[in-house]
Design a protein around this ligand. Structure first.
Ligand code: UDP
Length: 335
């Protein structure tokens, strides 16, 4: 049954079998659109989209291509065939960036170049997913889209992710300014929710898994570093609306939540919420990943720009977000 009186739009979501992409695919399918995804199932997985594939209301409108975005021929075909593109495919997670640096840089720089090149060829509107990581070692709060950035030296691989995403932003804006391609860029602030895995370093699924299995929660450094977590559902609502408004074209826009928390407090809160017997284990930074690992001390978004464009921004409290993820872990018996 068609819920809305409108013609079907074909949306292409790169990274559609990823954590964010799978939620976004559902949103578009629910509003009666066609969802095309391309995913190499590297950090994403077919499990993330199993329930979408099996949903009879969706299956006629949902098309999955398993391929890397570096496959130009495939990207050309898909982009030509769709109406709009949301580019989420990327190498993500601190672990991926540190231990697979070359693949990560190629996917995050060349991959985006390919997406933008074919979006420009067929003049398709495109959203490029960037990250709050681009703010680098900034210690100010809140972070505003026009703020300066500072990174560590190039022998510290962590920063390759920020630089790659920044290059994606430059390239997207260049296509907008020189070729009139309708692009928009969003900077995500620590998005969390069901289906996110801790396998690539992400802290909330890691802590919840540890708490539920009675293992110590591994807090890096002293745990004074802060983050502002954002629920994936609210992020997807913002993306859908941003894709519809002309005011977002050519803009860089933060998408982030409301509650700043230190990682130590986060660990304590998760232990309490899960009723776990787990203790906290502090791991010195130099023992976590590589000896010269550098972290971002603080990350709080300004969402003024987002609000001025959409009239709203994510506002879920951290407690609600954590309850949702804990529920997901318990319900799905995730090991
Ligand atoms: N972190 C932690 N223990 C873990 C995983 C992550 O203390 O097991 C910390 C990490 O060092 C960082 C914060 O939690 O300060 C957020 O890490 P994540 O990798 O989730 O996101 P990002 O660093 O990209 O913000």
């Amino acid at each position: 049954k068609s819920k809305k009186n409108k013609s079907k739009m074909k949306i292409l979501i790169t990274g559609g079998a990823g954590f964010i992409g799978s939620h976004l695919s559902e949103k578009y399918l629910e509003s009666g659109d066609e969802g095309h995804i391309i995913d190499d199932v590297s950090t994403g997985s077919l499990d993330n989209i199993k329930h979408i594939n099996e949903n009879k209301n969706f299956s006629d409108n949902f098309y999955v291509t398993i391929d890397p975005i570096l496959n130009e021929e495939r990207m050309c075909e898909l982009i030509e065939d769709c109406d709009k593109v949301i580019h989420l495919a990327a190498a993500v997670g601190v672990k991926t960036i540190l231990y697979k640096p070359l693949d990560s840089i190629n996917t995050n720089v060349l991959g985006t170049e390919i997406v933008l090149k074919y979006c420009n060829k067929f003049k398709k509107k495109v959203l490029v997913a960037s990250s709050s990581e681009v703010y680098g070692k900034q210690n100010k709060a809140p972070l505003v889209e026009t703020d300066d950035v500072t990174y560590g030296s190039s022998d510290k691989l962590r920063w390759s992710y920020a630089v790659a995403k920044l290059m994606d932003e430059f390239t997207a804006l260049a296509y907008y300014r020189e070729k009139n391609l309708p692009v928009l860029i969003v900077r995500f602030f620590n998005i969390v929710g069901p289906r996110q895995t801790g396998r690539y370093g992400m802290v909330i699924p890691t802590f919840i898994k540890q708490a539920l299995s009675g293992e110590p929660l591994t807090v890096h450094g002293k745990g004074t570093q802060t983050r502002t977590f954002t629920h994936v559902d609210e992020v997807c609502d913002c993306i859908v609306k941003l894709m519809e408004t002309q005011n977002a074209v050519g803009e860089i826009i933060n998408i982030g939540g409301v509650e700043e928390i230190s990682i130590k407090d986060l660990a304590e809160r998760i232990i309490k919420k899960t009723g776990s017997e787990s203790k906290i284990k502090f791991i010195p930074y130099n023992e976590v990943y590589t000896p010269d690992f550098e972290d971002m001390p603080r990350r709080v978004p300004s969402t003024e720009k987002l609000k001025s464009i959409l009239g709203f921004a994510p506002k879920k409290e951290l407690n609600t977000i954590l309850d949702d993820v804990i529920h997901y872990f318990k319900n799905n018996k995730i090991q």
